[in-house]
Design a protein around this ligand. Structure first.
Ligand code: ADP
Ligand code: ZN
Ligand code: MG
Length: 478
């Protein structure tokens, strides 16, 4: 990349809302492709004359949760507008969207980009319904309306992105946020999250933005990266050759790695937006809005794990990635008060067990209660269980239910820390090993391990080697 030019980008991202029904009717919401075309349709989403849409409360619920995740201000009143145009995948002849008064205004997404905390501002978020899907096959085009009327959120950012890594970092965080609040699985492969990238370039020292190009149909992280690189190069080459960039919409082809013009500003469509007379304004009560607030987001936890718990960045990221892992970790720390060990029991011990199992497991597959895993950590910290043996107990808890303490006892793994009893074992061992004691005194200090080993042997491995070590140290001259 030539360093003379800076890239400036803003994103318009569509996220499929995970509600049970479509936005304005009771048809099943098309979260994935249905087994058959046109099975989830009804007169409302097919736009039959005289049918009245009714806004689904499930959609509003999730949209408000998502707004909180974006730290947006949820509007007490928002309005639905009709965006009219003809296309075979749009049976109603218009899309129901929110142009003038969207449901959420402002907001921000914070994330780490290359080890640095970045903030990307959200302009607004609105909700709208989706179109159907055209299937081109055998020289014919078929219409599948299963998706028509399914709910989408459109999340529009300010032009705050200055690199490909910014964009990818934002999208990853957005995906986490949508899963965190439960509004969407935001799976790119299933088209649950797709985005249009607005791109302009300017000289590094310029203060104003130049004309932008909107790139449509960019799907998948890798493809977005390629599209950004190609568009940056294209615009820089045009400016370098003395040309200008007009505001236009281009389509990205991930097969050919080029973008081609779709429409310019001049032939922008006139959608004849106007408030939908079939739908009253959406009024939300303060109670409805505030009861859906989300106190901590993944990034808040990630930063807390870094700053308060002093975890390394990789661990902080992994433990705050999704709400299940994060809540599990929080519960462990609550009980054990040991953030570091709670982390390593998840990221090394539990994840290794899950990984090595033939069907991949996760934290939700653990048979025992979370507090029992915490108890294992407490036992290790109290020297009642060795860390080697703790793995055996953890496996039992993962696969067989039960309590940490009962496993420790039934497997005879509890280390005894009764000092008097331990001391008499040490005395006996030293008395029996006179020859070695003499050698040790004359300088063969690596015999120390031998004494510890003898003590462990005598106690059938049930006692704590650390305490043996301390006692032997006291009894043998240095
Ligand atoms: P419009 O009203 O024409 O849709 P917006 O101002 O709403 O335009 O911007 C649409 C998207 O384009 C937003 O994500 C915004 O951040 C981004 N954007 C606006 N101007 C620029 C620019 N000069 N360069 C890059 N992105 C831009
Ligand atoms: Zn329907
Ligand atoms: Mg706009």
């Amino acid at each position: 990349m030539s360093s003379k030019y800076e890239i400036v980008m803003g994103l318009e991202t569509h996220v499929r809302i995970k509600s049970k029904t479509k936005m304005f009717c009771s048809c099943a919401n098309a979260l994935e492709l249905a087994s058959e075309a046109n099975i989830n349709v009804c007169p409302v989403c097919m736009g039959f004359p005289g049918m009245l849409p009714t806004l689904s409360s499930g959609v509003v619920d999730l949209a408000v949760r998502a707004s909180h995740a974006l730290r947006s201000v949820v509007q007490e009143t928002s309005i639905f507008d009709r965006k009219s145009y003809f296309y075979p995948d749009l049976p109603m002849g218009y899309q129901i969207t929110q142009l003038y008064q969207p449901v959420a205004m402002g907001g921000e997404v914070k994330t780490m980009v290359n080890g640095e905390l970045r903030t990307f501002r959200i302009h607004h978020m609105h909700i709208e319904n989706d179109a159907g899907k055209l299937v081109h096959s055998g020289g014919k085009t078929l219409c599948d309306y299963n998706r028509a009327g399914s709910p989408l959120m459109e999340i529009v950012t300010e032009p705050d992105f200055r690199s490909k890594d910014d964009v990818l970092g934002y999208l990853e965080e957005l995906q986490k946020l949508m899963r965190w609040c439960g509004a969407s699985d935001a799976d790119m492969e299933k088209w649950q999250l797709r985005c249009d990238v607005n791109i302009s370039v300017r000289l590094q020292w310029e203060t104003k933005f130049r004309n932008r190009v909107e790139l449509k149909n960019v799907n998948g992280f890798a493809s977005i990266g390629r599209a950004i690189d190609a568009e940056y190069t294209r615009q820089v080459e045009i400016y370098e050759a003395g040309g200008t960039i007009d505001q236009e919409t281009r389509g990205w082809s991930d097969e050919r790695w080029v973008s081609t013009p779709m429409r310019s500003k001049e032939d922008a469509m006139d959608y004849r937006y106007f408030p939908d007379p079939d739908l009253p304004p959406l009024h939300l009560t303060t109670e409805f809005i505030t009861s859906r607030e989300i106190r901590e987001l993944p990034i808040d936890r990630r930063l807390r794990y870094l700053e308060e718990y002093k975890l390394i960045d990789d661990d902080a990221r992994i433990l705050s990635e999704n709400i299940i892992t994060s809540n599990f970790y929080e519960e462990l720390v609550n009980i054990t008060k040991d953030p570091k060990k709670s982390c390593s029991y998840i990221t090394t011990i539990l994840f290794a067990i899950f990984e090595s199992h033939e069907t991949k497991l996760s934290l939700t597959d653990i048979k025992a209660e979370t507090k029992e895993i915490a108890r294992v950590i407490q036992l290790v910290n109290a020297d009642e269980l060795s860390s080697t043996n703790s793995k055996i107990v953890i496996e039992k808890l993962v696969f067989e239910w039960g309590q940490a303490d009962s496993w420790v006892d039934s497997l005879s793994l509890r280390q005894k820390n009764d000092l008097g009893a331990l001391e008499s074992i040490v005395d006996a061992v030293l008395a029996e090993s006179q020859a070695q004691v003499e050698e040790y005194k004359s300088g063969k200090i690596n015999l120390f391990g031998f004494f510890v080993g003898q003590c462990m042997k005598k106690s059938a491995g049930q006692w704590n080697p650390k305490i043996f070590t301390d006692i032997i140290k006291k009894k043998l001259p240095n």
